[in-house]
Ligand binder design. Structure first.
Ligand code: 4FV
Length: 266
C-alpha cells in the first residue's frame, strides 16, 4: 500500500484526479491511499496568509515557511517513512527511471509551490527531493504533482489491469514504443502492416522491435547513446548497416559508370 499526500493551496484541483483512471483503480484496489492537504489549514492569523512579500524586494510573492512546515510535519506524522518531493524547475528532470525509483517508497509527500516559490528554509530543512517535469514555468506545482503521481502509480504492482503491464512501456526498455494499430485493417485506403495480421508471433515481435529501434534512432537518438543493446538488437543494427553499405556501394558503382562517360539514364 502506498500513501500519498499532496500539499497545496488548491486541494480542489485534485478532486477529479483521484476519481478517474489508474488513480481511482489503485485506490479501489486498496494499493493506494491519496489525499490533498490544504496548506491554508496550517496558516495562522485572521487572513490565514500562506504567502508574503519577498525579502530583498522584487515582484511576486513567496510562500511562507510556517504553514508549510506545519503541513509537512502533520503529513509526516500520518505517513511513515515518507519521501518529501518539492516540484520546481530547479529539480532533477523527471524520467521513467525516477518514476520507478519513487514507486518503491511506501509514502510520498508532494509540496506544490505557487507564486515565485517557497521559502528556501523549507527546501533546506524539509524537502528530500526536488523534481522538475520540464524546462518551462508553471504557475503552480499541482499539475507537475499529478504528472508524477500518474507515472508512479501505474508502476505499483497490481495497479495496471490484467493484460496491461508497465514492462511494455516506452522507456521501460529505454526504447520508444512500436506503432500501434487496431481495427479496421483498412482505414481510408491505409492498410495495417501485413505482419501484424499474420498471427506469427516471432515475426510480430521482430517487427515491433525493429520499429521501436528505428523510431528511437530517428526521433530520440540520445536514448540510444549509452544504451546496452541486446544480441537481437545488435543483429538488427548489423543488418541495417550492411543494407546501408550495399546502397553506398551501389552509389559508387553508379558514379564509376557516370565517370566512365557511357552515361545511361537510370
Ligand atoms: C515546475 C516545473 C514549475 C514554478 C513557480 C510553480 C512553478 C511556481 N514544477 N516542474 N517546471 N513550478 O514550473 O515542476 O511556484
Amino acid at each position: 500500500m502506498m500513501d500519498i499526500a499532496v500539499l497545496t493551496i488548491f486541494p480542489e484541483m485534485f478532486a477529479s484526479f483521484w476519481e478517474h483512471g489508474i488513480v481511482r483503480r489503485a485506490v479501489e484496489a486498496g494499493i493506494l491511499s491519496a489525499s490533498a492537504v490544504n496548506i491554508r489549514d496550517f496558516a495562522s492569523g485572521r487572513h490565514k496568509n500562506t504567502d508574503d512579500m519577498p525579502y530583498g524586494g522584487g515582484s511576486g510573492m513567496v510562500m511562507k515557511p510556517e504553514p508549510l512546515a506545519a503541513a509537512i510535519r502533520a503529513s509526516k506524522d500520518k505517513i511513515s517513512e515518507a519521501h518529501t518531493v518539492y516540484l520546481t524547475p530547479q529539480g532533477r528532470p523527471f524520467t521513467q527511471k525516477i518514476a520507478e525509483e519513487l514507486s518503491s517508497y511506501k509514502g510520498l509527500i508532494f509540496v506544490c509551490g505557487r507564486y515565485e516559490g517557497i521559502d528556501e528554509r523549507i527546501c533546506q530543512n524539509f524537502i528530500d527531493d526536488e523534481i522538475s517535469i520540464g524546462d518551462f514555468v508553471l504557475t503552480g506545482g499541482e499539475l507537475a504533482a499529478m504528472v508524477i503521481i500518474e507515472a508512479v502509480i501505474r508502476l505499483i504492482p497490481g495497479a495496471l489491469g490484467g493484460d496491461d503491464s508497465a514492462e511494455k512501456d516506452s522507456f521501460a526498455d529505454g526504447l520508444l514504443e512500436h506503432a500501434h494499430y487496431t481495427r479496421p485493417s483498412i482505414f481510408e485506403d491505409q492498410e495495417v502492416p501485413e505482419v501484424l495480421l499474420s498471427g506469427h508471433h516471432a515475426r510480430i515481435e521482430q517487427w515491433r522491435l525493429e520499429t521501436s529501434l528505428i523510431r528511437t534512432f530517428l526521433k530520440r537518438p540520445d536514448l540510444l547513446k549509452n544504451r546496452k543493446m541486446s544480441k537481437q538488437e545488435i543483429r538488427i543494427l548489423n543488418h541495417w548497416q550492411s543494407e546501408i553499405g550495399n546502397i553506398i556501394d551501389a552509389q559508387s558503382v553508379c558514379k564509376s559508370f557516370a565517370l566512365s562517360g557511357d552515361e545511361q539514364t537510370f
